[in-house]
Design a protein around this ligand. Structure first.
Ligand code: HSE
Length: 295
């Protein structure tokens, strides 16, 4: 018995929601095939699309680590062969490791006759994030598994809440040809924030969530601000501030770092603005001489 599952790319943080907000992207993502076999070992047998960079060892690969966490919880010993087909670039800030873990879990859960709900799979995928970047954050894995916009209200205990997605909301992704490891872009973050910054950040998170519930696009735009991670991380992304300036005239709601970068996301209230924002941003990268993929 074998099952193949797809899991989408995700934008984590969404500017103000460091480690607590994320949303899924339509169509871009990874696929994982899981086949039940004799024995009790998880084997990664095939990886495509990673330019040979991802590990086959089952204790290092995010697919097998996530599935192992699930099997441990069930106290189940079965063999599985895992094939990973990467559609997402590594170290891009588009939730690449999360999509692999999410697809692996959905496929493995299906192969076993669905012992878990999708919500139950999130903590297993977080174990894969711990291996991939040293921090078991859920703001990529939760939206990759559940779809849509997701809030992680708390980690202990885990409290994951699905949020509404306003009709028309579009995301443009700019992936500059750079690789940034999440562990590195977490290491540049300051560990303390001021009361003033905490107040600003809380206001923006609340504003963003209110904007999603009310389909209030200007409010969503005003709330796309981040005084916690962006000031340190933007320095690692050439063109970040130039792009923000350049899209001011096309009517986009705002821009920010997708997860830990270097991908930049832009939110727009319709497809034509999203397309225009992509074109204008591409020019910014052309001018600084850095290759970019626009999605
Ligand atoms: N919330 C995580 C971070 C997302 O910003 O480090 C990583 O994609």
């Amino acid at each position: 018995r074998e099952v193949t599952a797809f899991a989408p790319a995700t934008v984590a943080n969404v500017s103000c929601g460091f480690d607590i907000l994320g949303f899924a992207i339509d169509s871009l993502g990874d696929k994982v095939k899981v086949k039940l076999t004799e024995g009790s070992a998880l084997k990664v047998v095939e990886i495509q699309g990673d330019e040979g960079k991802l590990p086959f060892e089952s204790e290092k690969n995010t697919c097998s680590v996530a599935i192992q966490a699930m099997l441990d919880q069930m106290d189940l010993h079965v063999g599985m062969e895992i094939s990973l087909y990467k559609g997402l670039p590594l170290g891009s800030g588009m939730g690449s490791s999360a999509a692999s873990a999410a697809a692996a879990l959905v496929a493995a859960n299906e192969v076993l006759g669905k012992p878990f709900s999708k919500e139950d799979l999130v903590p297993f995928a977080m174990e894969a994030e711990r291996i991939a970047c040293g921090a078991a954050h859920a703001d990529n894995v939760a939206p990759s598994i559940l779809g849509g916009f997701v809030l992680i209200r708390g980690y202990d205990p885990l409290d994951v809440i699905k949020l509404p997605v306003p009709d028309g909301l579009h995301c443009t992704l700019l992936h500059p040809h750079l690789e940034l490891k999440t562990s590195d872009s977490r290491s540049v973050l300051k560990q303390q924030i001021s009361l003033k910054d905490a107040t600003m950040q809380s206001g923006n998170i609340a504003g963003l969530i209110a904007g999603l519930y009310k389909s209030d696009f200007p409010l969503i735009g005003r709330s796309l601000k981040d005084v916690i991670a962006e000031p340190s991380r933007a320095l690692l992304i050439p063109g970040f501030y130039e792009l923000r300036e350049a899209i001011k005239n096309v009517g986009a709601l705002g821009s920010g770092i997708s997860g830990s970068g270097p991908t930049i996301f832009i939110l727009s209230s319709n497809e034509s603005i999203a397309t225009k924002a992509g074109e204008v941003s591409r020019k910014v990268f052309d001018e600084i001489g850095l290759g970019v993929d626009v999605y």
